[in-house]
Unconditional design. Sequence first.
Length: 467
Amino acid sequence: MVLFGATGDLAQRKLLPGLFHLAKAGLLPDRWRIVGSAPADGAPTDEEFRAHARDAVAEFGTSKPEGPAWEEFERSLSFGAADPGAPEPLLAAVREAERAVGGDPRRLFHLAVPPSAFASVVEMLGATGLADGARLIVEKPFGTDLASARALNATVHAVFDESRVFRIDHFLGKESVDNILALRFANGFIEPVWNRDHISHVQIDVPEKIGIEGRAHFFEGTGTFRDMIVTHLFQLLGFVAMEPPTTLAAQPLRDEKEKVFQSMRRLDPAHVVRGQYEGYRDEPGVDPHSDTETFVALRVELDNWRWAGVPFFLRSGKSLGQGRHVVTLGFREPPLRMFPMAARSGPGIRNNELVIDFDDPGSIGTRFLVKDPGPAMRLCEAEMVFSYAESFNTMYALEGYERLLLDAMLGDQSLFTRSDGIERLWEVSAPLLEKPPPVEPYAPGSWGPDAIHRLIAPYRWSLPDRD
Ligand code: BG6
């Protein structure tokens, strides 16, 4: 495996610790080597790269970098610098690693580099022959609009055919996202109500408590819509809304997800709230007049038989009240309201809801109405929650990136995004990218600008949870 961007932030926080966890769990192939790569300017030696990996695992990993497992991992790391037109040190490091592995090893390239560097690395892989028979993992964001995504796909496809391309979206590696499939398609009582006859609206809510954490350069050019919505939240929507695939194999699964994207209406800027937290413009590296959004809430509609007329409300933003990952399905009311509510339930009835909380390790809950104990027939709200942590030993679960790295090694594309789907998502996003509504300020620690309540009316956001 060759890791481009091996000294960068993503490799440090996720990839190196994740690869060590996979090695320790015995999930890597019998024989393997990891070659780090980066531009020659300031590139580390093998020893320095191993020390860098040790520090990364110590700071961000789930297991400590010590003992025989670490020593073996460390011995399998090396470094080979590469610049456009000067790939020799990388070629030498790959040759040496392949000699150590023996046989005819398959190469896997991971591009953990800024999008501006994608094309030159891919072209270098093609020109040097390194790409022959290899697989490619590409990080998001995949383009910034339809034209750039098409151009990037063309560059990638000139060297790697689609069956060897693994576009990573780490949300799809989360345990509970897989569990949406299990919940929907393994249980006879769920799927019959998973449609417009029973569901009034859907919420996909990923508020973050953190701000931009020093990533001003990345964030100013990206914003929440491109960073979170067009990637992670739309992909989740695909899983929530898809038809049952014929099997769980990559092609039928991804075909069904892409059909959801095909049925998405082009976004209407009138149904989008863009926000910016107060103080964002004072962050180091941020333009004092910046119009970049740190928050987006929007309404998405699907023109298909299952979901016609059911709005999907998506929200994500930085510096909000809580960091959560929640999908809520709001159910329709029964045809007749026969019962008064008990006073202690507070104002307004919340109809039945199914709440999938995919914070690691996640939970699934339902909210429903029960009789308030006592002589009078009055209703109050109740909740049943299944918690992964309480029901299973989740210690051996893989983190999103780990799961996806493993799948790429195994050649399973089920949880990776596909070129046609990505292009379609940029296509439906075009009206918003062309005419974004102005950013509205919101207080850090809040849930976004006031306009979010108008956006979702007559429903209401399932977060924050009511006490
Ligand atoms: C990344 C975004 O893809 O996902 C970040 O670039 C965001 O801005 C992160 O904070 C959220 O991931 P998670 O798994 O922590 O919810």
